[in-house]
Design a protein around this ligand. Sequence first.
Ligand code: C5P
Length: 307
Amino acid sequence: MYPRRMGAAWEAFAPAKLNLYLEVLGKRDDGFHELETLMAPIRLYDRLQWTPGDQTASGFSLRFDPSTPAALQAAVPVDRRNLVWQAAELLARDAGVSATGEFVLTKRIPSQAGLGGGSSDAAAALVLANAAWGLDYSRSKLSRLAAQLGSDVPFFLAGRSAICRGRGERVEPVANFPRLDVVVAVPPEGVSTAAAFQALAAAPAAPSHPPDSRSRLSRLLDLLQSGSLAAAGRWMTNGLQSVAAELCPWIRRLGTAFASTSCHGHMLTGSGSAYFAVMRSARHARRVAAELSSRNLGTVFASATCC
Ligand code: C5P
């Protein structure tokens, strides 16, 4: 993720992500869950603009660009609860600069979808404020702050496909990740990540080190890197899918719809509620997205992984 200067303002594009593999290895003493996941950024972006304030002015402002759809404006707060705000405040505190300036967010990534929009915006805010304030923090220093904001924020800061472990904050970027053409469906109801993990911890078979996770993930990655996408599809898995499907009945409906598309593999991303499939080509993705769009399953679109 790179900041771009536009006169007095700065801007960065914050991509959405898909989890192609997600196993929950167990519950930790700090209340979080130990994860093993493979995530890839996709070509669906929020845009964050930042105009640094005069150092004597007080406070931040955060507002939506008017082109942001009304439904997203209604779903996402633009006050202290927003991770953009928290990210800039955290960095200002750490660096000892006064926290002033204006953010404008052009929102395109749906929330409560497992697409990582809020976390990606937070990473963009860190990168922009770091540049605009001339702090020159290294990526590893920013990454430590990113982990305080949310488990997925360090992944977005790294800005490319990666295996993430720990609670998600230990990021190992992956080389030679292929372009995957995908179809993403976002149903009308979202899933709260905290609620999905709580439901998992309360489930009769609470997670405890599913066997061979490391070798299954490495098999999936080998197949993706060698372009064997049909075989790779069989190794895609999401350990949160069954609990998320109990919380949001749309997920099973989407699974059934995608099963009839001759895709390479399909599953939930993160804790949902967005569902996706890896398609055979960009053309196939566009055709299936158009077909599914007419079936009242929510918002359906074709996209692709970007790095
Ligand atoms: O880190 P983040 O704020 O995105 O997490 C949201 C919630 O999801 C946490 O409060 C926690 O309940 C749950 N979570 C978890 N284990 C993780 C990541 C998230 O239990 N590895």
